[in-house]
Design a protein. Structure first.
Lengths: 264, 382
C-alpha cells in the first residue's frame, strides 16, 4: 500500500515463489493441504493465521526445512524437486531467512555471524568479507560497536537486526521473516518496519513475512494472505480484508485491536 | 536486480580521458560473485593526480551492496588523495544503493591491541591462578549450600524432591550397571592374567587371588567406578544445569522462590551418594568374577582354592575402605558438576567448555582424593 507500483502485484508480474497444492503433515495429520500461494517480485507479503494454522510450517516448507507430502514449490521459476544439487545451492543463496529467535551462532561475534555465509560460499579476500559484513550490520541499523559483541550480549531488538544482517549477507532476492517484530517495543517495532521498507527500496527485496503485528501489516505489507482450513483462505490488502465475510478474518481485521488503526 | 543468473558477467573497467578530467566506466556485473578481483582493479585504474574523476555507470550490469561498497571504497580512496569524484550515468536503483552505502562504515573498527607474548603469558598464569581460587570458593560455597539444604530437609523445614531423587538414582545407578559391570569384569581379568603371569615365575600363582581381591576392593573398584560416573553422570549434570542456565530457567526458579540448590543440586548429589556405593559393589563383584574366570581357565586355580584364598586375604576392613571412599567421591563429582553447570554463560561453546571442565576436574579430584585416603589409611595403620 505504501508503494503504488507494488499494489499492482500479480498483474503481469513474475512470481519469485510459487507453491501449488502443498501438503504438509506430521504424524498422519495434515497441517497444510492443497495450499496454493504466489509471491510476486518486489512485494511485501504478510502471512497471518490463528495459532497452529501452519504459518511457520509454510515458511519452513518453502525454504525446504520441512518435508512435503505433496505439491510443488517453484522458486525463481524453477521447480525445486527438478533442480540439481548445485542449482539448489544457487537458489538457496538467493534466499535469506530471519528466524523467530534470531538463531545467531552463539559462539561467534555478530561480525563473524554475518561473515559466515560469505566465507562459506565465496572466495573473497578476508578483509573484504569483514568490510561487507560490517556494511550489512550497519545497513541493518546496528551501531558499528555491535560488531565485536556476542549474541548473548545483545538485546532482543539487536538480535533481530543482527540476524537480519546475516540474512542479507549474500544479497538475497527474497527474505523470509518469521515474526520479525514479536517481542520488540512499539518504537523498536516501528523502526524495524521502516528498516524493512528501506531495504526493500534500496536492495529491491521481496519479503515474505509471517507476523501478528497489526501495525506492521498496515504499515508495510502490500498484500496479506490469511491461512486457515489448511490453505490460503483469502488474500488482499488490509482494506480489502476488512470487508471479507469470514468469521475469523472479520474478527482479526475488525477486532478491537484493529479498530483504531489508521489506514493510508 | 536479481533477474539474471547468479554467476553473471565479470566486472570490468573502461578508461577514457574527458575534456575536464579523467573518466572510468564500469561494465559487467558488480556483485558478490564478481567483485573479488574488481576491488583492486578499480583502485589501480586511476592514479590520482588531483582534478576531477568521473565514474560512469551507464553500461553497468547488475550492482549489489558488495559492488556498491567496492565502488564507494574506491571513491573514498580517490577523495582522500585530493581528487573530486563524480558518479554519472548510474541507473536509479544503483544510485539509491550507492547513496545508502555512502554513510556506512565511516570509521575503521577498533583493532584489539596486541599484547607482548611475555605479558600475555604472565597475565594468563595470573588469571588461571585466580580462577583456581574462584573455583575452590565456588565448590565450597556449593558444599555449604548443600549442607544447609540437607540439614533443612532432615529437620523437615525443606522438602526433599523425591521424584527427582528417584529418577536420578535410576539414571545414575541402574542404567550404569551394565557398562560398569562389563568394564570391571575385564579389568579383573586383566589384573588376574598379568598378576598370574609374573607370580608364576615365583611359583606363587595362588597369590593372584590376594592381589585381585585387595587391589579391586580397596582401590581399583571404587576408583574406576568414580571415573566412569564422572564421565557419564557428571557430564550429564553439567549439561543439564548449564542449558537450564542458558535459557534463564535457573533465574526463573530463584524468582519463583525455589532454591536451585534444593531443586537441582541436592537430588543429584544425594542420588550420586546412593549410586556410587551400589556401583562400587557391582564393580568389585564383577572384577572378582573376571579374576575367577582367568584363575580357573588360564592359571589353573580350582574354584574352591580361589574362594578359600579370598576368604583368608580379603578382610572386611579392606572392603570397607573401598566403600568409605565412595560417598566422598560422589560428593566431589556432584559438586564439581553442579558448580560447573552454574557457571555456563550464554553460548553453546561455553556449555561445551564447562562440561569438559566438569569431567576433567572431577576425575582429577577423585584421583587426588584416593591418594589422600591412601596416605591417611597408611598413617592410621589400617
Amino acid at each position: 500500500m505504501s508503494d503504488p507500483a507494488a499494489q499492482q502485484a500479480g498483474n503481469g508480474r513474475d512470481a519469485v515463489i510459487s507453491a501449488r497444492g502443498l501438503q504438509v503433515g506430521f504424524g498422519g495429520k495434515f497441517i497444510l493441504d492443497g495450499l496454493d500461494i504466489d509471491v510476486w517480485r518486489g512485494e511485501i507479503l504478510g502471512v497471518v493465521g490463528g495459532s497452529g494454522t501452519g504459518k511457520s510450517v509454510l515458511l519452513r516448507t518453502i525454504i525446504g526445512l520441512n518435508h512435503r507430502q505433496g505439491g510443488t514449490v517453484a522458486l525463481f521459476g524453477q521447480d525445486i524437486d527438478a533442480a540439481s544439487q548445485q542449482e539448489r545451492v544457487q537458489i538457496g543463496r538467493r534466499l535469506g531467512v530471519l528466524f523467530q529467535q534470531g538463531a545467531l551462532f552463539s559462539s561467534l561475534t555478530v561480525l563473524e555471524n554475518v561473515a559466515v555465509p560469505m566465507r562459506e560460499h565465496l572466495h573473497l579476500p578476508s578483509e573484504l568479507v569483514d568490510e561487507l559484513a560490517r556494511l550489512k550490520i550497519e545497513l541493518a541499523g546496528l551501531p558499528s560497536d555491535a560488531c565485536g559483541k556476542y549474541p548473548s550480549e545483545l538485546s532482543g531488538g539487536m538480535i533481530k537486526r543482527a540476524s537480519l544482517a546475516r540474512a542479507l549477507a549474500l544479497d538475497p532476492d527474497v527474505v523470509f521473516l518469521d515474526e520479525p517484530t514479536a517481542g520488540l517495543d512499539p518504537i523498536g517495532a516501528a523502526e524495524f518496519d521502516q528498516l524493512i521498507l528501506k531495504l526493500r527500496e534500496t536492495l529491491g527485496l521481496t519479503v515474505f513475512m509471517v507476523t501478528h503485528d497489526l501495525d506492521s501489516l498496515v504499515e508495510i505489507t502490500d498484500r496479506i494472505a490469511v491461512l486457515g482450513n489448511k490453505k490460503v483462505l483469502v488474500d488482499g490488502t488490509f482494506k480489502e480484508l476488512k470487508s471479507v465475510d469470514h468469521p475469523w478474518v472479520d474478527a482479526y481485521f475488525n477486532g478491537p485491536r484493529a479498530e483504531h488503526l489508521i489506514l493510508k | 536486480m536479481g533477474a539474471a543468473s547468479v554467476s553473471g558477467e565479470h566486472a570490468g573497467i573502461g578508461e577514457r580521458a574527458d575534456a575536464d578530467g579523467h573518466a572510468i566506466s564500469l561494465t559487467g556485473d558488480w556483485t558478490l560473485d564478481t567483485v573479488g578481483s574488481a576491488a583492486d582493479m578499480l583502485a589501480k585504474a586511476y592514479l590520482p593526480q588531483g582534478g576531477v574523476l568521473v565514474i560512469d555507470g551507464a553500461s553497468i550490469g547488475r550492482l549489489d551492496t558488495a559492488g556498491a561498497w567496492v565502488v564507494e571504497k574506491a571513491r573514498r580512496q580517490f577523495v582522500a588523495s585530493g581528487v573530486t569524484v563524480r558518479f554519472e550515468g548510474f541507473p536509479p536503483s544503483a544510485r539509491t544503493l550507492l547513496a545508502a552505502v555512502e554513510p556506512l562504515a565511516e570509521k575503521p573498527l577498533p583493532v584489539p591491541a596486541k599484547e607482548l607474548p611475555l605479558k600475555w603469558l604472565l597475565s594468563r598464569v595470573g588469571q588461571e591462578t585466580a580462577e583456581l581460587v574462584v573455583d575452590a570458593v565456588a565448590i565450597l560455597a556449593m558444599l555449604g549450600e548443600v549442607i544447609v539444604s540437607f540439614a533443612g530437609m532432615l529437620t523437615f523445614r525443606r522438602r526433599m524432591r523425591w521424584p527427582a531423587l528417584f529418577s536420578h538414582v535410576g539414571r545414575t545407578s541402574m542404567q550404569a550397571v551394565p557398562i560398569i559391570g562389563l568394564m570391571s569384569f575385564l579389568i579383573g581379568m586383566i589384573i588376574s592374567q598379568q598378576g598370574g603371569f609374573y607370580l608364576h615365575t615365583y611359583g606363587a600363582d595362588v597369590l593372584v587371588v590376594d592381589l585381585v581381591g585387595v587391589l579391586t576392593c580397596r582401590e581399583i573398584g571404587v576408583l574406576l567406578t568414580a571415573i566412569m560416573v564422572a564421565g557419564r553422570s557428571g557430564s550429564a549434570f553439567t549439561a543439564e544445569i548449564g542449558s537450564m542456565k542458558m535459557r534463564e530457567e535457573i533465574d526463573a526458579m530463584s524468582v519463583l522462590g525455589l532454591s536451585p540448590v534444593d531443586v537441582l543440586v541436592l537430588p543429584r548429589l544425594t542420588a550420586l551418594a546412593i549410586a556410587l556405593p551400589i556401583l562400587t559393589l557391582v564393580a568389585d563383584l564383577s572384577a572378582m568374577a573376571g579374576a575367577w574366570v582367568v584363575a580357573l581357565f588360564y592359571i589353573g586355580i580350582p574354584t574352591d582354592v580361589f574362594i578359600e584364598r579370598l576368604h583368608v586375604s580379603l578382610t572386611v576392613t579392606q572392603v570397607m575402605i573401598g566403600f568409605t571412599k565412595a560417598p566422598f567421591m560422589a560428593a566431589i563429582i556432584g559438586l564439581v558438576a553442579c558448580s560447573e553447570g552454574m557457571k555456563v554463560k550464554g553460548s553453546a561453546e561455553s556449555l561445551g567448555e564447562h562440561t569438559t571442565a566438569s569431567v576433567v576436574k572431577a576425575i582429577f579430584m577423585v584421583v587426588v582424593t584416593d591418594g589422600v585416603f591412601a596416605i591417611a589409611f597408611a598413617t592410621l595403620g589400617i
